[in-house]
Design a binder for this molecule. Structure first.
Ligand SMILES: NC(=O)c1ccc[n+]([C@@H]2O[C@H](COP(=O)([O-])OP(=O)(O)OC[C@H]3O[C@@H](n4cnc5c(N)ncnc54)[C@H](O)[C@@H]3O)[C@@H](O)[C@H]2O)c1
Length: 371
């Protein structure tokens, strides 16, 4: 097992990555927290697959002193919504949940973000644990305390910072993760590789040739990514000095793609994968990066999106309009670009023609899309 400590001022928390962790560190953490009740927040399909193991482990440790309630909602980005949040408040209120209790976010980024925000805002804040079940959530969203919900057409528009008491990533659950979700998480792994850690890209390639969740390779990859995320959050918890903003590599393009598809057709990691290729192309065209950067991105990322079909109705012009719409609203359009692997830079403006050509070229190469 790998244990990473994220230190934040006088506080901090542990991020555990390994196997069999529900029965060990998770149970021990909860014993230490001594809640009267555990609110298990999740999707029904995740509870169906892994809930009984988790609940058996928790019951074993609490010896019947702690009660458990479920708050479930259907999967899908569209449910990271005000409506679900309101349902959550009502469920907790009706069950008499107090600030002595604990919310356990058991799922991917959608559960983690929503349940984290529920915990942050209900009764002005209750303690919560992140127990991620997707690769994406293990390497990224469960760490760092950014929680929130979407508004119609505006992703992550409402939220706050609320750090969990601990993050417990049990790799055993990844065996049931659909391939597309695995690939989406691998795109986030690649993001850390491009930004900070070229060796991670080699580890990723080796792992991909077998794609096995047995053995220690995947544990090492997740722990390494969690370490990078923890270090970034330690340096810039509130995302104010530009260090945490680097994690948005590929996101300016990626968000426009997700938005152009109505947040349905593309997984977050897929949009980020395409966005990173666009950013690499833009960095080359701008002259900031030497040739070869896009080639490296293609090598690593193309296999992750090879099975993804072009989203119906997606048009280059719509993607560009979404990007320019942000700019017109007076928002600074920031891009994270690489001078070389491991050398990221934040760029406050990028020539519109370069943006256009980068989007056009990557969509044409990936899906044969013309303007
Ligand atoms: N807070 C942050 O810092 C941060 C960072 C990055 C992304 N995010 C957010 O994360 C969300 C995306 O998260 P995600 O990629 O984990 O997707 P997700 O939470 O939508 O989960 C993807 C799907 O996998 C299923 N699933 C989860 N675990 C499973 C398992 N072990 N076996 C089988 N199926 C399983 C889920 O039910 C769901 O259908 C987005 O809302 C994004 O905005 C947040």
């Amino acid at each position: 097992m790998a244990g990473i400590v994220l230190r934040l001022g006088s506080e901090g928390y542990a991020i555990h990555v390994g196997r069999g962790l529900y029965e060990t560190v998770l149970a021990q953490t909860l014993v230490g927290m001594d809640p009267a009740r555990i609110v298990l927040a999740s999707h029904p399909d995740i509870l169906e697959l892994h809930g009984s193991r988790l609940e058996d482990a928790l019951r074993g440790m609490t010896a019947g002193d702690t009660s458990m309630m479920h708050f479930t909602f259907p999967p899908g980005e569209e449910n990271k919504s005000l409506l679900t949040l309101e349902r959550g408040y009502v469920a907790l209120l009706e069950a008499g949940v107090t600030r002595e209790d604990v919310v356990l976010a058991f799922g991917g980024g959608v559960v983690g973000d929503l349940a984290g925000f529920l915990a942050a805002s209900y009764m002005r804040g209750v303690r919560y644990l992140q127990v991620p079940t997707t690769l994406m959530a293990m390497v990224d969203s469960s760490i760092g305390g950014k929680v929130g919900i979407d508004l119609p057409g505006a992703k992550n528009a409402v939220g706050c910072f609320h750090q969990p008491v601990a993050v417990v990533s049990d790799i055993g659950v990844l065996k049931t993760l659909p391939q597309r979700e695995v690939n989406s998480g691998l795109a986030e792994v690649a993001k850390y590789g491009f930004l900070y850690d070229v060796e991670l890209l080699s580890m990723l390639r080796i792992w991909e040739s077998e794609r096995s969740f047995e053995g220690t390779a995947i544990e090492k990859i997740i722990a390494r990514c969690a370490g990078h995320k923890a270090e970034v959050v330690r340096q810039d918890e509130r995302d104010v000095i530009g260090i945490r903003a680097l994690l948005n590599y590929g996101h300016t393009f990626g968000h426009a793609l997700e938005s152009a598809c109505g947040y349905q057709a593309l997984r977050h990691g897929e949009a980020v994968a395409l966005g990173m290729m666009m950013a690499a192309r833009a960095a080359e065209m701008d002259g900031m990066a030497a040739g070869g950067l896009l080639e490296l991105h293609r090598d690593v990322l193309m296999p992750l999106i090879a099975q993804v079909e072009a989203p119906e109705g997606l048009e280059v012009e719509v993607v560009l309009r979404r990007m320019l719409a942000d700019k017109k609203r007076g928002r600074r359009q920031r891009f994270v670009l690489l001078e070389a692997p491991g050398e990221p830079r934040i760029v406050d403006s990028l020539d519109e023609d370069i943006v256009r050509r980068a989007v056009e070229e990557i969509l044409r190469e990936t899906w044969g899309m013309e303007r």
